[in-house]
Design a protein around this ligand. Sequence first.
Ligand code: NDP
Length: 278
Amino acid sequence: MPQIIDGKAISTAIKDELKKEVAENNIKATLAVIQVGNDPASTVYVGNKKKACEYIGIGSRSYELPEETTEAELLKLIDDLNRDDGINGILVQLPVPDHIDEHKIIERISPQKDVDGFSPESVGNLCIGREGFVSCTPAGIIELLKRSGISIEGRECVVIGRSNIVGKPMALLLLANNGTVTVCHSRTVNLKEICKRADILIAAVGRPRMINRDYVKEGAVVIDVGIHRMDNGKLCGDVDYDDVSDIVSAITPVPGGVGPMTIAMLMYNCVKAARQVK
Ligand code: NDP
């Protein structure tokens, strides 16, 4: 039986630690959450983020803007929030409507309030090993590994996916933790062979159950970032869990693996933002 990495339990432990820190140190923090339009998935994510703030004892301020909001209006709101001393973190729920340039929006958020860790300054700090906000999903994966007693140092790590929010920061974090890192993508030749070398395989490919036992070395640790809703309403990941579970040493389930960690690390970043102000 493989070790099932319990993201739900680990994320709850992190939120409880933060809750304690906030209460004991009387930390006052408020997260501004901006949603443009009413995409149902985004509404669920935003709701979960607000609930998590409440759980750990920090405030949240919601900005639910209509779909027709212009880029200039959104930038003006971000400018106002950047100047607002009562706000420690600013989060714009992505995706934004097509008429708004996502990059411009991300770049406008003050690096001190960039709790998603998406801005060029945050990514640059990660790249050169400086303190800063780290993208929540990859940061959560590092916590999952550490808190499950899985060492990264010296191990062969393969990341499938090179997106700005998952694959690239994931690779940088594994490198910072002394892993030997390979990043794969849609143009990678010999994907199966490369994945089969991995002691730690991170699947952030966005394709339901693509990663089966042909990609996995016996005894590997497999982290599944993917989330897909199937026709029967159930969730599945990028990994074919049933196919690989008898050969891996440890694996994250979907749901209950990486998913809950993203919000826990967002809360971590919010508390960190508030600590910087103190
Ligand atoms: P993207 O679609 O932005 O990136 C997918 C990456 O996979 C790209 O780099 C792409 O390569 C690569 N890829 C696609 N097809 C193949 C293939 N056949 N072989 C090799 N590589 C391939 O996705 P994200 O990084 O945003 O997300 C990845 C997954 O993680 C999704 O399922 C998403 O829903 C999930 N996710 C989960 C989160 C959580 O909280 N658990 C948070 C964020 C994402 P190329 O660059 O060449 O196009």
